[in-house]
Each structure stands twice: as structure tokens, then as C-alpha cells.
Design a protein around this ligand. Structure first.
Ligand code: ZN
Length: 286
């Protein structure tokens, strides 16, 4: 399992890359968005060199506010172009996946319109995504795309879409954290995880691990139960980086503890099964 974090779009990207590498992160969750990390203003060659120098692989992230279902068709078409530019940039930086936040803002339009336009936008990106070898993944969002029923409108319509599970979001505007239901339905398509804490309700606090009500141990157990061993981004948005460093320690410790526990359980089960076979052989005289 690799632990990463996200650049602040309001800060110089090269500086962000340097401190992340110094802090011991395994990869960068690179969000390409203005003002300081807009793909149009970045020197991609310099970014690539910095990533190589610091040996930081990239997971692609895009602005959460790009309006995929904008009712003004010319605006929606511009959104497709923005995503395409991001796909090209991520391919140049060696990323294998790019996330998309589904949209629900289309005043006076019904749900069918919203889903169809999201799908149209996503489908328009598929040929380039395939050509570049940068897959698309959908991040679950509180309120509108946070349950299996909600997200299935997109996931079932486009089977090649991967799941980008945000465990903090799964804790918002729901009675029970939806991590387990999302993993049960789409665990096989899971490609990336965001982890941060909050206190339920509607506020996406992005707290350090343990500061809210997210059951981190349970969620890590659920990830390991489906065999996930990929990238986890700590989206802890605190001005004090010590909160992020602490969360990194917590995540690594819980991950290793749960992994050791799971290995021990499997060994015990195997040994018991072996003993049962031996006893059966003795009983039958073979
Ligand atoms: Zn997220």
C-alpha cells in the first residue's frame, strides 16, 4: 500500500513536490487546477523532472467543480476539452488513472438530464483515455453520488469506469458510512482511495485520522478484505503539516497491524484445515 497526499492548488507545484518527497510520501495525488497548478500554466517538463528526481509517482486528480452536466452546451463542451488537456498532461507525467467528480448542478433540470449529461461528458473522454492508457475513475461525493444506488447510474452505464473511493465522503449525509456497500458492489473496480476524517452530517471537514467519527480500522479491514493494496491519499487539509504527518503514521500502523492480524488468521485457518485432513486420514487408515 502506498501513502500519498495532494498538492494545494494555490501553491507552487514544484515546492509542493519537494516537501511531499521530504516528508516521505510514496506518491503525489496531483490536482491540476488553478491558480497555481493549472495545466495551461505549468511547465510539464519541469514537473516531470521534479517528480523523477524525487521518485514520486502520480495519481491524477481534477478540479471538483468542473461542471460535467452544465446545461449550457458550449460550457459542457469546454469542460470536455479541459478534461482532455488534463488526460494528456497526466499521460506525459506517467499517471495511469485520472479521477472525475460527477456533477449534479443543473438548475430546473431533472435527474435523467443530469445523469445523461454526465455520461455524455465521460463517454466523450473514453477514446483519448484508451489511447493514452490513462483510465478514468469516479469519486463518490456526499449527497448525490455516495451510495451504490446513486453511483450505479454511472458505474453500470460505463463498465470501464473505475471506482475512486473517498472514505471521508462516504461518512457524510448518510446513516451508515457507505464504504462497505460501495466496496461490496464495486470493490473489483477500485483503483484509488482518499482517506480523511469528519464528524458525519454535511460538513466535509478533512480532519486528521481519529479526530472525527470515521471508523478507520474498520475501513482498512474492509479494503484488505477485498485484497486492496494500492494507493491511499491522505486528504487532511490542516494548515499545520504535523496533522498530516501524524495521520500518515496512524494509517501505516493500522494498515500493518491489520495486515499482520489477517495473515495470522489465515495461517491458523490453514493449520486447522491441515490438521482436520490429517485426522481424517488417520481415521480412515490412509
Ligand atoms: Zn477526495
Amino acid at each position: 500500500m502506498l501513502i500519498g497526499t495532494m498538492n494545494h492548488p494555490g501553491r507552487d507545484l514544484l515546492g509542493e513536490i519537494a516537501w511531499m518527497a521530504d516528508a516521505g510520501f510514496d506518491f503525489i495525488d496531483l490536482t491540476l487546477e488553478p491558480p497555481c497548478a493549472s495545466v495551461r500554466n505549468l511547465d510539464l517538463k519541469a514537473v516531470r523532472t521534479a517528480l523523477e528526481d524525487h521518485q514520486l509517482p502520480v495519481v491524477g486528480h481534477t478540479a471538483y467543480y468542473l461542471p460535467l452536466c452544465h446545461p449550457f452546451e458550449s460550457v459542457r463542451r469546454a469542460v470536455i476539452e479541459e478534461f482532455k488537456i488534463c488526460l494528456e498532461a497526466f499521460a506525459a507525467l506517467g499517471a495511469k488513472w485520472m479521477n472525475i467528480h460527477p456533477d449534479s448542478q443543473a438548475p430546473f433540470h431533472n435527474k435523467t438530464f443530469i445523469i445523461e449529461k454526465n455520461l455524455e461528458t465521460i463517454r466523450a473522454l473514453l477514446p483519448l483515455s484508451r489511447e493514452l492508457g490513462v483510465g478514468l475513475m469516479i469519486e463518490n461525493l456526499p449527497g448525490t453520488y455516495n451510495t451504490v444506488r446513486q453511483i450505479s447510474d454511472l458505474m453500470d452505464a460505463v463498465p470501464e469506469l473505475a471506482l475512486h473511493l473517498d472514505i471521508g465522503h462516504a461518512n457524510l449525509l448518510v446513516n451508515v458510512n457507505t464504504t462497505d456497500e460501495l466496496l461490496n458492489a464495486y470493490g473489483k473496480r477500485l483503483q484509488h482511495v482518499h482517506l480523511h476524517d469528519n464528524k458525519g452530517g454535511s460538513t466535509d471537514l478533512h480532519l486528521p485520522l481519529g479526530a472525527g467519527t470515521v471508523d478507520t480500522v474498520h475501513c482498512i479491514r474492509s479494503l484488505q478484505a477485498i485484497g486492496y493494496d494500492g494507493t491511499i491519499t491522505l486528504e487532511v487539509f490542516s494548515p499545520d503539516r504535523a496533522h498530516l504527518a501524524y495521520s500518515k503514521e496512524v494509517l501505516r500502523r493500522i494498515w500493518d497491524q491489520e495486515h499482520a492480524l489477517k495473515t495470522k488468521e489465515t495461517e491458523t485457518r490453514d493449520r486447522r484445515a491441515e490438521r482436520a485432513v490429517q485426522q481424517a486420514h488417520v481415521a480412515t487408515g490412509h
